[in-house]
Structures are given as structure tokens and as C-alpha cells.
Ligand binder design. Structure first.
Ligand SMILES: *Cc1c(COP(=O)(O)O)cnc(C)c1O
Length: 361
């Protein structure tokens, strides 16, 4: 008998992650591969996080603390919320899935931008919700149009701030206007995976809306500036009510024991975060200037990546860069995204891009 698969599932395709270094090494036999594809911290994690893992082998046969008490307490203290307002995920990705499973029934709508983080559409579709896609304007979320797209079926509104892949933010004033208009039965999801990199003071304080009791959730991750992408840990801050509903759906041991230990130590290392910001700011300037020198336009970014226009088939540029041992991300058409790396990695990327573009002119 043929498998019966819902058309919504048939409409999905597997998420294509940034190409792993090993895979490219195997394929091309290159010795040096530079991965600037997944917005990881090129400095790696805090040394304190690494130290916290020593001796962790003794924990491996035990289930983790399912309530992740210490880490949730530390996050709650950090943001001055109650411990019952914090949920952990196996990456903040998992929390996006929990939101869809908890709050959407088939046919419910979830508003999101285009382009934005692709996981929103995937999670909403997987539970037979309806992604309602609102185009970006000037590479930025168009909050006025997003709020106009709200219908009685709307349950979630995703705001990726800063936005992946464009690197742009929406300002505090724009978010205030959104929050004044959005109905209270729509949960606004502030996905702030890159907030620690933001430099403009116009960035909104989304946690303040949680404290006002608004129906919002703020998602943060240890995968980006904290350098722990391989351990899979992220968190959400919301109202006690929303966290309680999410906890009914959350798998009990979704935050593993190593991740809990490392994240707790990483959260306490402000120095490493500050250093990562400084290295990123310098690298951003290096890559922006380098792209400009090549005649390539990039979108001003508040993150650790740059979105740029190759003015030709971006897939071909992506593939040519792979042959140079540089992994970036092809987004769509002529647009690519490159993560800011260490200075030598940035220089190698710029040199390879120059070679690729010269070769195609
Ligand atoms: C990387 C990223 C995440 C977080 O991913 P996890 O590793 O699952 O925590 C969430 N949102 C955006 C926009 C991202 O780029």
C-alpha cells in the first residue's frame, strides 16, 4: 500500500543546512576549508563554557535535569523575570516548533516576512497552519503590512529581529506601533538570535512587552554569539501562561545535560561576549570595505553576517567559492549571505570572491 502523506508535508523540502566542512573536504580533497555559512562565532565558545564541560562524561548515563533548574534560574535572574517565564529548547529552533504545535490548529494563520528565517514556514506548514508571507521593504520587515495581514485566524506573528538573512532591524518605534495595533490573541514571536551583535540604540526592548503582560515571546540562542551551536540550546521568555502551555507540549529532556552546563557558564561570561562583538565589528568593517572595493553591494547589517548582491547567478558564485574552499550561503537569485569570520578568514573570502568575480566578467 502506498503511504498516505498529507499534501502539506509533501510541499516541504528538507532544510538545507550550511555545508559541513568534512563533506566539502571529502568532495574536493581541499586541505583548508573556511565555513562562513551558518553565522557561528568564529572565536568559538567562552573558555568558561569549555571548562564547565570537563568531567561531563560522568553525566552521560543519566537523564538531564528536565526542568533545567539552574540554567532557567540564571536566565530569569539575568532578564529580571520569574523562572516560570523561561523555557529552554534544543536550540531556539525547537521552541519555534513548540509554538506551532501548541498554538496552531489546521488552517490557522501565521504571519512572517519574505525573506526571513525559513524554519517559521516549515514549522507552521508541518502542523497544517497557513504561512502568510509579507514581502520585506528595503530588506526590512514591513510591520504596517504585517499587522494589516492579521485576520481572525491569525495566531502567530514572527518578527526576526535582526532579520536573517538580510541583517536589518526594525526599530523600537516601529515595534511600538505594531504592538499598539496587533490584537491580543495573536502571539508576537520576537526571534532575537543575533541581538547581542546589534549596535544601534534604536533596537527595541522586546522583554519589556513580556513584563507588561503582552502576549509575546522573545527567543534567544546560545548558538550564535555564545558559540555553542553544536550543543543545541536556546531559550524563550514569555508570560507564565504561554510558557505553561508550551511546557505541556515540550519533550521532557529537550535540553541536554552538557548544553545546560555549558550554557550556564557561557551566560556568565560577559567578557567573551564583549570580545566577540569587538572582533565582529572589526570583521564587519573589513568585509564591507572589501566588498565595496569589488563593486559588490551589501546591505548594512546589525548582525554577524552580510547579505550581498553578486549581480549574477548566486548559485554559480556559491559553487565557485566552494571550489576555492569557502562555504557561504546562497539565498536566492543573485543574493548571498556570508558570516563574518576571523580576519584571515575574511581576507581569504574576499580574495576568493575577487577571483570568482574576475573569472566571470
Ligand atoms: C540561528 C538562528 C536561530 C537559532 O538557532 P538554534 O541553533 O536552533 O538556537 C533562530 N533564529 C534565527 C533567525 C537564526 O538565524
Amino acid at each position: 500500500m502506498a503511504l498516505q502523506v498529507h499534501p502539506d508535508i509533501l510541499s516541504l523540502s528538507p532544510y538545507v543546512p550550511g555545508k559541513p566542512i568534512d563533506e566539502l573536504q571529502r568532495e574536493l580533497g581541499l586541505t583548508r576549508i573556511i565555513k562562513l555559512a551558518s553565522n557561528e562565532n568564529p572565536l568559538g565558545p567562552s573558555p568558561k563554557a569549555v571548562a564547565a564541560l570537563s568531567g561531563a562524561q560522568d553525566l552521560l548515563h543519566r537523564y538531564p535535569d528536565g526542568s533545567a533548574y539552574r540554567l532557567r534560574q540564571a536566565i530569569a535572574d539575568r532578564w529580571k523575570v520569574a523562572e516560570g517565564q523561561v523555557i529552554l529548547g534544543n536550540g531556539s529552533d525547537e521552541i519555534l516548533g513548540l509554538l506551532a504545535r501548541t498554538f496552531l490548529i489546521p488552517g490557522d494563520e501565521a504571519i512572517m516576512a519574505d525573506h526571513t528565517f525559513v524554519i517559521y514556514k516549515m514549522e507552521v506548514t508541518a502542523v497544517h497552519g497557513k504561512p502568510v508571507v509579507v514581502p520585506l521593504v528595503n530588506w526590512t520587515h514591513d510591520l504596517e503590512s504585517m499587522v494589516r495581514a492579521v485576520t481572525p485566524r491569525t495566531r502567530l506573528l514572527f518578527l526576526c529581529n535582526p532579520n536573517n538573512p538580510t541583517g536589518t532591524i526594525v526599530s523600537a518605534e516601529a515595534v511600538d506601533r505594531l504592538m499598539a495595533k496587533v490584537p491580543d490573541d495573536v502571539i508576537v514571536v520576537f526571534d532575537e538570535a543575533y541581538c547581542e551583535y546589534v549596535r544601534t540604540p534604536r533596537f527595541p526592548d522586546a522583554i519589556a512587552y513580556v513584563k507588561q503582560g503582552r502576549n509575546v515571546i522573545v527567543l534567544r540562542t546560545f548558538s550564535k554569539i555564545y558559540g555553542l551551536a553544536g550543543l543545541r540550546i536556546g531559550y524563550g521568555i514569555s508570560t507564565v501562561e504561554i510558557i505553561d502551555y508550551l511546557n505541556r507540549v515540550r519533550p521532557p529532556f529537550n535540553a541536554n545535560s552538557l548544553a545546560q552546563k555549558a550554557a550556564l557558564a557561557a551566560l556568565g561570561d560577559d567578557e567573551h561576549v564583549a570580545k566577540s562583538r569587538t572582533v565582529n565589528a572589526a570583521g564587519m568593517e573589513q568585509v564591507e570595505n572589501g566588498l565595496r572595493a569589488l563593486g559588490v553591494t551589501s546591505i548594512p547589517s546589525e548582525t554577524n553576517f552580510l547579505y550581498f548582491d553578486a549581480k549574477q547567478d548566486g548559485r554559480l558564485v556559491f559553487e565557485a567559492l566552494l571550489r576555492e574552499g569557502i562555504i557561504v550561503r546562497h539565498i536566492d537569485g543573485a543574493m548571498l549571505r556570508v558570516t563574518i569570520g576571523q580576519p584571515d578568514e575574511n581576507a581569504a573570502f574576499l580574495q576568493a570572491l575577487k577571483k570568482v568575480l574576475d573569472g566571470s566578467r
